[in-house]
Design a protein around this ligand. Structure first.
Ligand code: PLP
Length: 482
């Protein structure tokens, strides 16, 4: 699992052949794909310093660990901007109509990422009041935001409508709430309609959404009655249709099939009088977590989707809609590296050696949730030969809290800094305070400068919302501090 094997064949796109300046000399990514960072194990700015220690964004990782503490989320600005540009430019190059990529912010929601994505000209998808507020306060224009969710609260819908954010209608309850909130406003509310396209794809059961047995969106059988109902609502303006088939998908075929299903739905919606100028095909492009992963490039994914949508519309004589897509994982995952300090060690003769780090399932719940594999290197000895096979364990009271199972590593000592790659998506955003462990800080690195974009939680923060009933008698240690 450790990336001692060079990655597999790269995309045929000529732009991808150029090695990134920042990674020259990095033995693990000799041909980093700067044009499609989802295909690399490490951030595109990864390099080795003169002593052979790992650096990202020009910042030595062990130095970041020392300065900001561990666990630490490191985000590479160059990778984030490169993926934003890859989506934008690929859409412009391969789709003949207007287009917009919306960042699926559930992958990693923060003010800084919202601001960066907004600056790169992308839009954003939010699924809660919290993500919506983060996007708006981060400077994302409301007209480039959509609000998703299979059980939106009245407050969430009100916030979206008041701010001019497009609401993705997922179910009949959304319509009931909108019918109470929207009438009487100066302008109709902008809506997308989400339906389940009935497309199967090969990914983990928990992150599959396009098959018929999914909790998201209207069943295809409900599409026509709902479109007819909406046509009777003067307060509603149906901007378009939405579908999303799942996540961490390496196949292109399901996305091609989706275009035909969505074009049929578009034809139906327009025949019933809806403007439907937008077609939102969701996200789902996979990334490389381990050397054996071989996801398509952003350019391949976008061109397949764009050409399939354009062709499906041509066949049905439909005016080209604006093409929207919602990349989450592929936009941010490989920009992220998590740094941990190695601590205790347990050798069970003839069975297994556990090396424990100072984080685990609270900062990265993906291994325990989806059995997801990762790639890791020692920050200061990335090129040292692996001499043992160990299991990297988290510090939580849960036997399944194992970050990396059976990986080959050089001998480690407590205090060594371990760098785990491709943690930019679904790590911070799925983190918890299990065992009352504070969440890590996040730093954005760029050109040798590190900036804190999320401050480290403190144990005191975790007590902030606790209340002891006044009738309990105070205990002597109540004044303890950490
Ligand atoms: C999760 C999600 C996405 C993003 O999926 P990725 O696999 O991270 O690209 C996009 N749209 C919707 C509606 C989602 O739920």
């Amino acid at each position: 699992m450790v990336s001692t094997v060079p990655p597999g064949p790269r995309t045929e796109a000529p732009a991808a052949e150029a090695p990134a300046a920042g990674v020259q000399g990095h033995p693990y990514e000799p041909q980093a794909d700067r044009s499609s960072p989802n295909r690399n194990l490490t951030p595109i700015s990864t390099s080795l310093d003169a002593e052979g220690r790992l650096a990202v964004g020009g910042c030595r990782l062990s130095e970041l660990a020392r300065t900001y503490g561990t666990p630490l989320y490191v985000l590479d600005e160059a990778t984030l901007r490169a993926t934003c540009r890859a989506y934008r430019e690929a859409l412009e190059a391969s789709y003949p109509g207007p287009s917009l990529a919306l960042y699926a912010s559930k992958a990693n929601s923060s003010l800084a990422i919202s601001a960066l994505v907004a600056e790169e000209g992308l839009g954003l998808d939010a699924v809660s009041a919290g993500e919506l507020l983060t996007a708006l306060r981060g400077g994302m224009p409301a007209e480039r935001i959509v609000l998703h969710g299979n059980n939106k609260s009245r407050e969430e819908i009100e916030l979206a409508v008041n701010q001019g954010v497009t609401v993705v209608v997922d179910n009949a309850r959304d319509l009931e709430l909108l019918a109470e909130i929207a009438p009487g406003r100066p302008a109709p509310v902008r809506l997308l309609l989400r339906f389940t396209p009935g497309i199967e794809c090969h990914t983990h059961e928990y992150i599959r959404t396009g098959h018929l047995d999914s909790k998201f969106g209207f069943d295809p059988d409900r599409l026509e009655p709902v479109l007819r109902q909406l046509a009777q609502c003067p307060w509603a303006w149906l901007d378009g249709l939405h579908a999303h088939i799942g996540s961490q998908i390496f196949e292109l075929e399901p996305h091609r099939d989706l275009a035909g299903v969505m074009a049929d739905a578009l034809a139906l919606a327009r025949s019933l009088g809806h403007p439907c100028s937008d077609l939102n095909v969701g996200g789902g492009l996979g990334i490389r977590y381990v050397a054996s992963d071989d996801p398509p490039s952003i350019q391949e994914w976008v061109s397949v989707v764009a050409e399939a949508v354009a062709e499906a519309c041509r066949q049905r004589n439909l005016a080209l809609p604006r093409l929207l897509c919602e990349p989450g994982r592929s936009l941010v995952a490989t920009a992220g590296v998590t740094l941990y300090a190695v601590g205790s060690r347990k050798e069970i003769a003839g069975l297994r050696t556990y090396v424990a780090i100072d984080g685990g399932m609270s900062d990265n719940p993906r291994p325990i949730t989806y059995q997801s594999p990762y790639t890791a290197l020692l920050a200061d000895r990335p090129t040292a030969a692996a001499t043992e096979t160990v299991t990297v364990a988290g510090k939580h009271c849960e036997s399944g809290d194992l970050l990396l199972k059976d990986i080959a590593l050089p001998a480690t000592a407590s205090g060594d800094v371990l760098a785990v790659f491709a943690t930019g998506a679904y790590n911070a955003s799925m983190s918890s305070n299990y065992n009352r462990i504070p969440r890590p800080a996040a730093v954005l690195v760029h050109d040798g400068i590190a900036e804190v974009v999320q401050r480290r939680e403190q144990p005191e923060d975790l007590l902030r919302y606790d209340v002891i009933p006044a009738r309990f008698s105070p205990v002597p240690s109540a004044g303890a501090t950490v």
